[in-house]
Design a protein around this ligand. Structure first.
Ligand SMILES: [Zn+2]
Length: 456
């Protein structure tokens, strides 16, 4: 069994960054020692790795990633996505139930997905299931099979076999989710019908106008009603808003939390680091749903991160082939929606967060501790502490670099961030005590594991 110590003057432990030594045996952290700890070499064969003032952080946990395998592996697959994750300091991610084929809405489909990941994972990987109007009867079995929670859409998902749910479908699903104590993830846009006359052209503003804040606001209000109803029935199902973009819904979320509902929300690097005013017309790489909104909206989201109305930050990495992105024609209507940037999340966020007074302890909380807790992985992940998985990233918070397409590890080397200069670079990534990535190289073999509910 491997036995070693990682030390640095800057280790993030709990809500502090302190000098410390972390003792690792096999896959686990077994002790946290003072910085100047020296192993008793007469007793143990234990190497010490001193990272000086580089920061040792808990491995990031990204609970919103679309990997699309099996079925649409030409969009993105487990091997490439988990390499990109490792390069971005992410040691565990949770895969979405679409856009793979079949969609993960039955136990059989989930088993196909588990068969597809064998020998491909460079980091650990959990899975969300899906709720659609047709699968309520299969839900208990799907949850028992080990998905960490389920997702629904309130609007067309773009995938025919993953249709949206209505209130009555959710009413049927929520007691089952509550029984398994897992979260209900909601793509919260509700097409209110008032904007069908907006014609989407190559102009970004036309796309933005076609998906107004009101769609999100109304959907989130509906979900607060659903959560309230569930609480009144004694189920108190956890409701979670994925990829929040509208600042107008922030107070609704705050009220739901204050009322004692189990109501959480996430946002993503693209909503926090890009403003609609900066997006050139015809640049389909910036298309996602809900859309990236104006600068003022962006600053309101940062305020909500600061005061806790937004709980955490996830990538919503959602790639497709360059052809489906219609890059050449710039057709914002036809282009598939989704941002690809899995490996750059921490650098993008650190660059902007630092300017707004956040520190790396905040980043660890927002991108590791809280996401691990949300996905039910906090018994083993999300913090550097004795007994947890030995998942770390070694981060240089002062290194600057420019994002290029050539450095991309996900399947298609395109991202809206190409050419952007960022602060902070991942130097090394450890998954359960094994070094999997350093300086642009992947080490050894894909040792990541599927994470099924309750089995870590
Ligand atoms: Zn998504």
């Amino acid at each position: 069994m491997s036995h070693f110590v990682l030390k640095s003057k800057n280790v993030i432990i709990g809500d502090e960054m302190i000098p410390a030594s972390i003792e690792v045996k096999g896959e686990l952290i077994v002790a946290i020692h003072p910085f100047d700890y020296v192993p008793d070499y007469a007793v143990v064969d234990c190497q010490v790795h001193d990272y000086d003032d580089l920061v040792i952080m808990p491995g990031l946990v990204d609970s919103h990633v679309h990997i699309n395998e099996p079925g649409r592996t030409e969009w993105e697959g487990f091997n490439t996505a988990t390499q990109a994750a490792a390069a971005g300091g992410i040691t565990a991610l949770v895969d979405m139930p679409l856009n793979c084929i079949p969609v993960t809405t039955t136990k059989a489909a989930f088993e196909e997905k588990l068969a597809a990941v064998v020998d491909k994972l460079w980091v650990d990987c959990g899975f969300w299931g899906g709720v659609i109007p047709q699968n309520i009867a299969d839900l208990d079995e799907l949850l028992t099979a080990g998905v960490l929670g389920v997702k629904s859409f309130l609007i067309d998902s773009g995938i025919e076999e993953f249709p949206p749910v209505k209130a009555n479908d959710m009413r049927a699903a929520m007691p089952i989710l509550a029984k398994h104590d897992v979260p209900y993830l909601i793509h919260a846009e509700l097409d209110c019908g008032h904007f069908d006359d907006v014609k989407i052209t190559h102009k970004y503003q036309s796309f933005l106008s076609s998906r107004p804040k009101q769609w999100e606001n109304n959907a989130i209000s509906l979900m607060v009603d659903m959560a309230r109803e569930s609480k009144a029935k004694g189920d108190n199902c956890k409701v979670h808003i994925v990829h929040l973009s509208s600042d107008e819904a922030l107070d609704t979320i705050a009220d739901a939390k204050a009322e004692g509902l189990r109501f959480t929300a996430e946002t993503c690097p693209h909503y926090l680091t890009i403003s609609s005013e900066q997006i050139p017309d015809g640049k389909t790489l910036f298309k996602c749903c809900p859309p990236i909104r104006e600068q003022k909206n962006r600053e309101h989201l940062w305020q909500a991160i600061h005061d806790g109305r937004i709980d955490f930050i996830v990538s919503d990495h959602s790639p497709c082939t360059p052809e489906l992105k219609h890059i050449d024609t710039g057709d914002l209507e036809k282009a598939w929606g989704g941002i690809s940037a899995l490996q750059f999340g921490i650098s993008l966020i650190w660059t902007e967060a630092k300017e707004r007074g956040f520190n790396l302890v905040d980043i660890a909380r927002l991108m590791s501790t809280e996401t691990a807790k949300f996905a039910g992985l906090d018994a083993v992940k999300g913090q550097i502490k004795s007994g947890n998985h030995a998942d770390f990233l070694v981060f240089d918070p002062h290194a600057q670099f420019t994002i290029t397409n050539e450095m991309i590890k996900h399947r298609h080397n395109i991202t809206p961030y190409a050419g952007r200069s960022v602060l902070g670079q991942v130097q090394k990534t450890f998954v359960r005590g094994q070094l999997v990535y350093q300086q642009d190289e992947f080490i050894n073999a894909p040792i990541g594991r599927p994470l099924l509910k309750g089995k870590y």
